[in-house]
Design a protein around this ligand. Structure first.
Ligand code: DGL
Length: 245
């Protein structure tokens, strides 16, 4: 099976990492819109327009399925993308919600969702979790983590100070939904900040769980061929891929 993975930039490589680790596909075509990242501070119409333009890129490849690794795109653009594509387009929000539901968490336990401004503003995670009966949800826009991760800051003083800035009033959650492609890279540090207690829900692992539950994905021993493309500085993106993957 040949799949596409779309992200606003480099962050979606965290999802590719999970897809490669679980060896589910023969070929993965990655496209990062590095010319226009970040999507998180943009408005809905812009996010949808950029996402539909990305579909045009994938028309050059004969893919069977497209995964939008980007939470921001998943929050707004899936209906339009699905209406215009020949193959299914899946996002990462429903898988993230399903992954949380599959963990042993009480409906009253504190759940923290962190994501971009656009994703939090869409209320996609909050509405889905409330619909399932979770009652103790905190949703925070933590966009500063995006450029920090892109700078290679995964731990240390600046990150600790940013944690304090965002989480000063946040009690230790039972689970944290890492609702942004970049956040798995600071997952360990974040867990330490909250004394190692919270369960982390990671979009990459969640989409694998979701695909395995819903698709007949034959054998699990495929070493996927990965092809990386970008709307700007593809060499830079390939260098990040070498580092992260
Ligand atoms: N990929 C985005 C997301 O997962 C984060 C980066 C951006 O703002 O474009 O929401």
């Amino acid at each position: 099976m040949k799949i596409g993975v779309f992200d606003s930039g480099a962050g979606g490589l965290s999802v590719v990492k999970s897809l490669l680790k679980h060896q589910l596909f023969d070929e993965v075509i990655y496209y990062g819109d590095t010319a226009r990242v970040p999507y998180g501070p943009k408005d809905k119409n812009t996010i949808i327009r950029y996402s539909l333009e990305a579909l045009e890129f994938f028309n050059n490849f004969d893919i069977d399925l497209l995964i939008t690794a980007c939470n921001t795109v998943s929050a707004y653009a899936l209906p339009d993308m699905n209406a215009q594509s020949k193959y299914p387009v899946l996002g990462v929000i429903d898988p993230g919600v399903m992954a949380l539901e599959n963990r042993n968490i009480n409906k009253e336990d504190p759940i923290l969702i962190i994501a971009t401004r656009a994703t939090i503003g869409s209320r996609r995670y909050q509405d889905a979790l409330e619909g399932l009966g979770y009652t103790n949800i905190t949703a925070l826009q933590t966009g500063l983590f995006v450029p920090m991760v892109e700078e290679g800051i995964f731990e240390g003083e600046i990150l600790e100070a940013t944690f304090r800035h965002y989480f000063i009033d946040t009690p230790t959650p039972k689970a944290i939904i890492l609702g942004c492609t970049h956040f798995p890279l600071i997952g360990d540090t974040l867990q330490k900040y909250f004394d190692g207690k919270p369960l982390l829900i990671h979009s990459g692992e969640a989409i694998v769980e979701y695909l395995e539950a819903r698709y007949e994905l034959s054998s699990k021993d495929k070493v996927a061929e990965l092809k990386i493309f970008a709307s700007d500085n593809v060499a830079g993106l390939r260098k990040i891929a070498d580092m992260w993957l």
